[in-house]
Write a protein that binds this ligand. Structure first.
Ligand code: C2E
Length: 724
């Protein structure tokens, strides 16, 4: 039980409560009266036993105690007091004056000793001094308790702060750091105190971090705020992002005297601040940023980032008078794979393609996914076209090996258009567009190759749009024409075949050649319609001539890669021939090596089907493309067409002439027919004749002409040099 008035203390203005204990009643009462006269609240206890009873019932500030008493003596009362009221002080008032008794009393906690008979003044002075001392001690203890509570509160606030709280000295050494550093970075506060804060800065941010503190103008109103990466304990690799705000410590208000329990010795603290973990925000920002500028499937830069980098590269090239190349890459056959194997496989293919392409590039190059199966590539600071040519070849080679998609093995090729700054355009849009145009020229000639943009390839954007619109209309308005170029036997000068070549009788621009519009037709997918129209027309024209006296006349038609790729290509062709009553034996289709190699399995299947119905197959531009001779004996090929460039070389005596020799020899060996294209001179004709190449085509015998004119020449049976 708590004794009565236990909470009243003299320091709170209450009179001190005294317990006076003596076995002698007279002495007891005189001592009590003396003390009461001074305003003390006095309780008398006659003997030790009574004292112990009172200790149980009341609270006292001070006991004046006789030592030697019958029954319960003064020592026992002291013991009882220290057990039950430890805050109550004791003064021994005793006749006992032996050193042993006095020292024993003092050892047990007596605060003073007064010998009987006592001097009243001395006694009152002693009582007063002890009571004062006790109030001081109580006040001190009280303050101490408040201090501890206050410090515990502050420590709690600092340590449970969501941020790291720190103090640094003038040099940047850590004077204090709260325990948040442990949960955020894994360090114990003790191991960091005394260390320079750069120890935990990520290497990439050391100069930024140390510089920030050196700024002269850090004030309380102008704190230093910076974002840095801090290293986590253990792994040097792992870092987290923090936003640090540092304030200067005002020496006027910083209580730098005396140690604080919070930190080690923050006397020299010069800055304090907080470090807020902003890693999640940074990561979210980084992701949003990444998403805005990258394609998430391939993780490549997207169109926006590509344009940004190209813009910079152009500015740099302009300043340094350097060249740069923009490539436009379009995957061949991607659509078919995507449609047949599904989008998931299509996605995997795009990722695998990206990996292979990336392996071909240097650090400063930018490969981007432009959309769908289109990629763009920026090669900054190239020396000449050869640099770009080499990379283009490398990229094409990189995609030649098959891709394994689950159980499927697929082949994709790539058509690459190249625009070199400044020749092919001086600004970003021009370069990209011209690379795109060059790419369509590759597509138009059999895919899986590369071409540099040249001005002859295209018309400007406005014209291009008009041309596209016009081309659509041309089909409806019947503006397309088929011209025929004779293929002549050089020994008899007889026309053995006719190659159908499309022309466009443009209402304003006059007669246009395939070079003016075929790439655009390929690009806009109008090529299929166009080629079908040409075939129908040629089947009608040449079919008539075959039936009217020229039964052996051969019709050679060019096929677009897009046409051949179509799954129903063979059915389509056969249906059209049948409809026009054209004899299949008189048809020769011309395709390039690149078309064959783009998907050897599929194409060879289709060619075999055509050969079965009697259609002949010629390889156009032989020697300029893929030139994998391997396919020649595996496919039903009837004719090789020697490219014009090799024929042209005959005149100039370049090594191309040797290539003609080799091609002709090989064709003989493989029992293939051979047609030399682009024969313009007598000299070329005799050279070819001597080689045993007897079918020729070229301006020597005349260019392609409208049906009416060709028919006349046919009727004359033989054709003379430049007789048209
Ligand atoms: N320098 C020179 N050139 C000669 C000579 N003899 C003929 N040529 C030209 O060489 C090209 C031969 O056709 P190609 O190699 O099949 O190349 C053709 C062919 O690949 C394509 N093409 C033409 N018509 C069609 C068509 O109806 N459908 C498809 N898909 N492509 C076509 O366009 C290409 C270009 O056709 P054209 O401009 O008509 O150009 C023709 C022809 O006019 C000569 O002695 N010297």
């Amino acid at each position: 039980m708590k004794p009565e008035h236990a909470d009243q203390t003299p320091s709170q203005g209450f009179p001190a409560r005294l317990l006076v204990v003596d076995d002698e009643p007279r002495l007891l009462s005189s001592l009590a009266s003396l003390l009461r006269s001074q305003g003390y609240e006095v309780t008398e206890a006659e003997g030790g036993e009574r004292a112990c009873e009172l200790i149980d019932q009341q609270s006292f500030d001070l006991a004046l105690l006789d030592l030697r008493m019958p029954g319960v003596d003064g020592f026992e009362v002291m013991a009882e007091l220290s057990r039950k009221q430890p805050d109550c002080g004791t003064i021994v008032v005793s006749g006992e004056s032996s050193f042993a008794a006095v020292s024993r009393a003092l050892r047990r906690g007596a605060l003073d000793y007064i010998r009987k008979p006592f001097d009243p003044e001395e006694l009152l002075a002693t009582v007063e001094s002890v009571i004062n001392k006790q109030s001081l001690m109580r006040a001190h203890e009280h303050i101490q308790v408040r201090l501890e509570k206050s410090e515990a509160l502050h420590r709690y606030i600092v340590n449970t702060s969501p941020d790291i709280v720190f103090m640094l000295d003038e040099e940047g050494f850590i004077c204090f750091i709260n325990s948040k550093v442990e949960s955020l970075l894994g360090y114990q506060p003790e191991e960091l105190c005394g260390q320079h804060f750069r120890q935990i800065l990520d290497d990439r941010d050391v100069s930024k971090g140390t510089y920030a503190l050196k700024g002269a103008n850090i004030t309380a109103d102008n704190p230093r705020t910076l974002e840095v990466r801090l290293k986590t304990r253990g792994s040097q690799q792992a870092t987290r992002h923090f936003e640090i705000t540092a304030f200067p410590i005002d020496p006027q208000t910083w209580p730098h005297t005396g140690d604080s329990q919070i930190g080690a010795t923050p006397k020299s603290a010069r800055y304090y601040g907080t470090a807020r973990d902003v890693t999640e925000r940074k990561e979210a920002e980084a992701f949003i940023n990444f998403q805005a500028y990258h394609d998430l499937l391939t993780r490549l830069p997207n169109r926006a980032l590509f344009k940004d980098r190209l813009e910079l590269a152009i500015a740099q090239a302009r300043r340094g008078k350097e060249k740069l190349a923009v490539m436009f890459l379009d995957l061949d056959r991607f659509k078919i794979i995507n449609d047949t194997l599904g989008h998931a496989m299509g996605d995997r293919l795009l990722q695998a393609v990206t990996q292979r392409l990336e392996k071909c590039l240097r650090k400063g190059d930018t490969l981007s996914r432009f959309g769908g199966d289109e990629f763009t590539l920026l090669l900054p600071a190239i020396h000449d076209n050869d640099d770009a040519r080499q990379i283009a070849r490398k990229l094409i080679r990189a995609l030649q090996a098959p891709f394994q998609l689950g159980e499927h093995e697929v082949f994709v090729g790539v058509s690459i258009g190249i625009a070199v700054y400044p020749e092919a355009g001086e600004n970003l849009d021009q370069l990209i567009q011209n690379a795109d145009i060059a790419m369509y020229h590759v597509k138009g000639r059999g895919k899986d190759g590369y071409r540099f943009y040249s001005q002859t390839m295209s018309v400007d954007t406005a014209n291009r749009l008009n041309l596209e619109r016009d081309l659509r209309l041309a089909l409806e308005r019947d503006e397309l024409r088929v011209f025929y170029q004779p293929q002549v036997c050089s020994r008899s000068n007889r026309i053995v075949g006719l190659e159908a070549l499309v022309r466009w009788q443009h209402p304003e621009r006059g007669l246009l050649y395939p070079g003016d519009f075929l790439a655009l037709a390929e690009e806009t997918k109008l090529i299929v319609q166009l080629s079908e129209w040409v075939m129908d027309r040629a089947f009608r024209d040449v079919g008539d001539w075959i039936r009217n006296g020229h039964p052996d006349l051969r019709l050679a038609v060019n096929l677009s890669p897009t046409q051949v790729e179509h799954p129903r290509f063979v059915d389509n062709l056969v249906r059209r021939m049948t409809k026009q009553h054209f004899p299949p034996d008189n048809l020769e289709i011309e395709i390039t090596e690149n078309v064959i190699m783009s998907d050897l399995d599929q194409i060879s299947h289709k060619l075999r089907e055509l050969a079965t119905v009697g259609v002949r197959i010629a390889i156009d531009d032989f020697g300029t493309g893929y030139s994998s001779l391997n396919y020649l004996h595996r496919l039903p090929i009837h004719t090789l067409k020697v490219d014009q460039s090799f024929v042209r070389a005959i005149r100039s005596g370049e090594e191309g002439a040797c290539i003609v020799n080799a091609i002709v020899a090989m064709a003989h060996g493989l029992k293939l027919e051979i047609v030399a294209e682009g024969v313009e001179t007598d000299e070329q004709l005799s050279y070819l004749r001597n080689l045993g190449c007897h079918q020729v085509q070229g301006f020597f015998y005349g260019p392609a002409r409208p049906a009416g004119e060709v028919f006349k020449a046919l009727e004359e049976r033989t054709v003379k040099a430049v007789s048209f």
